[in-house]
Design a protein around this ligand. Sequence first.
Ligand code: NAD
Length: 492
Amino acid sequence: PQLSSATLASLGGSLSVPSYDRSSVRTGIVHLGVGAFHRSHQAMYLDRLMEQGQARDWGICGVGVLPSDRRMAEVMAAQDCLYTLVVKHSDGRFDARVVGSVVEYLLAPDDPDAVVEKMAAEGTRIVSLTVTEGGYNIGAVTGEFDPTHPDVVSDLRPGAALRTSFGLVTEALVRRRDRGLPPFTVVSCDNIQHNGDVARRSFAAFATLRDPDLGAWVEREVPFPNSMVDRITPATTDDDRAEVARRFGVDDAWPVVCEDFTQWVLEDRFGLGRPPLEDSGVQIVDDVDPYERMKLRLLNASHQALAYLGHLAGYRLVHDAAQDPLFRRFLLGYMEGEATPTLRPVPGIDLEDYRRTLIARFSNPHIRDTLARLAFDGSERLPKWLLPVVRDQLARGGEVRRSAAVVAGWARYSEGVDEEGRPIEIADRRRDPLMAAARREREEPLAFLADRALFGDLADDERFTGPYLAALASLHERGARATLEALVVDAL
Ligand code: NAD
């Protein structure tokens, strides 16, 4: 049957369903950007709590900020916000559960005021976000909010129909303040180092553009805890939908599939309370920094290596590349020799074990994550995940050859043609300038690195340009495989 509240009781058997009464769950969290990840991670933790009889006033109201979220809005409406979460273990076992913690969904472009009012409502105490790394509108090198973005400009016009997270959240904060309600806590769950601090900077910058006093108030009064989030969650495919119907007998228009690993490390800075998340496996800590550094520099930066060099070597799926011994050695070499020396000790974590586990997670053949997903918006990712490793290594006189090869891989990939002469589809908000620079690099080898908004002054540092130019020349002359082979042999 089609998944909905009415059919829930008839499911069960091969998958678990909420045993709690969803009609008694009240909204306490408004979440912007209900994509694959929110549904495999935060909503799953809340659903666990609800299943334990807790968090009944921490239901989630999902919000789609962009017009492209219309399809999600339709599915959520048709399915009473229910969806199937399929956890795929590496041994081939699948666990399926219908998640019930999302109880409402609003599409902002249809009715921005309803979204603002939902966030301004007294019961709303947390506004969380997964709006992608680019969703904070911050320059990679400057770290500054970009006030020239057309949607931001539009949202600053009095009376405009609000289009951005910044416009919606700020208006809700203003209404709360006017009504004598304290501000909610803003929880960023995007893969950005110091995501809470970055969110604070963006939202305070937007509020300052509206009114400097308002900006100072946001800066001072709104809590923005940092968090580290981790669960590999690919985009849902038609095969996934068919598989959910076949294996679990449920007709779900938008299930989510993910790996079994999950981690959420969160700072305990909430103005109006929070769900008892520690009871569902969330690690509540004073300082997230060592965890997020570890995760972004080991996992996410390795994903960037796989995305570009893997594609050039002919792979399209993450596990195929990660199972290749050449890539394993390259990734382990990067992690051990370049990323790990830049980490602080991470309480309770054995880094060698963490690195090995990452390779195993990447190699899970059931997830079928794509290199194309990892390469999406590289200009918002590689500078945030890999370049901090490069800068720290240069500062301490450490090795950067493998990092430089990954950046060269991105440059070579951005030429838009693979090693067999087939086109590469570049999906990036900076596609045109990236491709234009990459296409000049055969004559002008530093052309790609010259973009200071992405790379700062790396093009001026010979300790980086030396290995970068060597890797780029090798990619051009000998290809990705031979380039990696030389790097893993050299490292021995
Ligand atoms: P997704 O494509 O399924 O969903 C992205 C959501 O963000 C959509 O609802 C989209 O409309 C919204 N969005 C994009 N840009 C926006 C903007 N400028 N303003 C407002 N909303 C915007 O992607 P996903 O898998 O859910 O991943 C989203 C983010 O979650 C990632 O970028 C990452 O920071 C974080 N994350 C993802 C994973 C994962 O494995 N998928 C793991 C850890 C963290």
